[in-house]
Design a protein around this ligand. Structure first.
Ligand code: HEC
Ligand code: HEC
Length: 335
């Protein structure tokens, strides 16, 4: 038997068996496994625009720096509420076109953040457009390249009403006073990014996953921290638009430093804005609602942080105040 390679028949038969065995193991079995994968019940297919955006994402090679996979390890907990699973990719596995295979969006380089849940984390279309035009507009230290070719410069008279003008601040437009207009490609790409949300698996029968262990920080029982940290929450949820210094961004996001709404003794309007979103003025973009993303304690902590930072000076907000306003909004919308 050990001399099988000296007999040409044995040699051919053995190589053939090894070849067929490996093919089944590493190609046929995984492929049929993939074909049996079903989407999660709460997932829906990409719209036409979102799928066009996926193609732009692939064409611009965003995958060079961004992953879309939450691994089952602790350092990935910030990128999603659960680890990724095969079903998550059900709708993105469609071929790009006749010539090209399904896109590989998992990525292996994480120079920038994981984008699995970016639609939940960063809900503003205007923010994404500014960020794509030049990331430094909204994130000062960003090393992400800009994608100005996804935008067009036009004279104000050429801009039609259905086009999206991006509020690029003066210092980022090289002295030109022309309007920066998002192309269809930019709008498609942003639609795709906003569609990236992890599907909920809570209460789905037959789906189990083991969450990565949280590190035992020793604060569990004895030393309960005194509620959420407003400054950190502000940085994570509001700072992208209103900026770390609370000064906002001219033409897109209003300043919270010195804002009469933030400093008002009566916090009702401010809390309503956080819960319901805001689109009161044409010169600013739209703010999305945070009612589903932040609980009363967190909103109180953020509001208190805003009312006591950047020279602002107004009384603190309690979770009870937020709760009351949240309930008053609910009763109105139920009527
Ligand atoms: C050279 C690497 C690189 C490339 C290429 C790149 N990015 Fe980024 N991206 C980053 C870095 C670094 C950050 C973090 C700093 C920032 O927010 O700008 C980032 C941040 C982001 C964010 C915000 C993430 C968050 O959690 O707030 C989005 C959205 C994004 N990129 C989308 C894209 C898209 C879409 C493309 C392709 C058109 C792209 N990126 C190409 C490096 C890159
Ligand atoms: C996607 C960008 C974005 C994010 C994120 C965001 N905002 Fe806003 N915010 C806006 C825009 C745009 C406006 C102005 C809307 C208008 O007036 O039309 C605004 C207005 C406000 C105002 C009213 C200020 C004034 O004087 O007019 C407050 C208060 C506020 N936001 C608080 C928050 C808080 C707190 C958070 C975090 C929980 C937050 N915002 C997150 C975009 C954002």
């Amino acid at each position: 038997m050990l001399n099988f390679h000296k007999n040409h028949r044995n040699l051919v038969v053995t190589s053939l068996l090894v070849f067929v065995g490996l093919s089944v193991l590493i190609a046929v079995v995984p492929a049929s496994e993939i074909q049996r994968t079903k989407p999660l019940p709460s997932m829906k297919d990409f719209s036409k625009q979102e799928r066009a955006g996926l193609n732009v994402y692939v064409a611009e090679n965003c995958v060079a720096c961004h992953t879309q996979q939450v691994r089952n390890i602790e350092m990935d907990n910030v990128w999603g509420s659960r680890p990724s699973m095969p079903s998550d990719y059900y709708f993105s596995k469609k071929r790009l076109d006749f010539w090209r295979q399904s896109p590989s969006i998992l990525g292996s380089e994480r120079t920038g953040p994981d984008l699995t849940n970016i639609g939940k984390r960063q809900a503003g279309k205007e923010w994404h457009l500014l960020h794509l035009y030049n990331p430094r507009i909204v994130v000062k230290e960003s090393i992400m390249p800009g994608y100005p070719w996804l935008f067009e410069e036009k004279d104000a008279s050429q801009v039609s009403s259905d086009e999206v003008v991006v509020a690029v601040p003066e210092q980022f437009r090289k002295g030109s006073s022309r309007k920066i207009v998002a192309t269809q490609k930019a709008l498609d790409l942003v639609a795709y990014l906003l569609s990236l949300k992890q599907a909920d698996i809570e209460g789905e029968p037959g789906i189990k996953f083991i969450p990565a262990k949280k590190k035992n920080t020793g604060t569990d029982s004895q030393t309960q921290p005194s509620g959420p940290d407003g400054a950190t929450l502000y940085t994570n949820t509001c700072g992208a638009c209103h900026q770390a210094d609370g000064k906002g961004l001219a033409g897109a996001f209003p300043p919270l430093a010195g804002s009469t709404i933030v400093n008002d003794n009566d916090p009702e309007l401010m809390i309503k804005i956080i819960l319901q979103g805001y689109d009161a003025r044409a010169e600013y973009a739209v703010m999305a609602p945070f009612a589903d993303m932040l609980n009363d304690d967190e909103i109180a902590a953020i509001a208190t942080h805003e009312r006591s930072s950047w020279g602002n000076n107004a009384p603190a907000i309690t979770a009870e105040m937020v709760k009351k306003i949240r309930e008053s909004i609910k009763t109105i919308s139920q009527k």
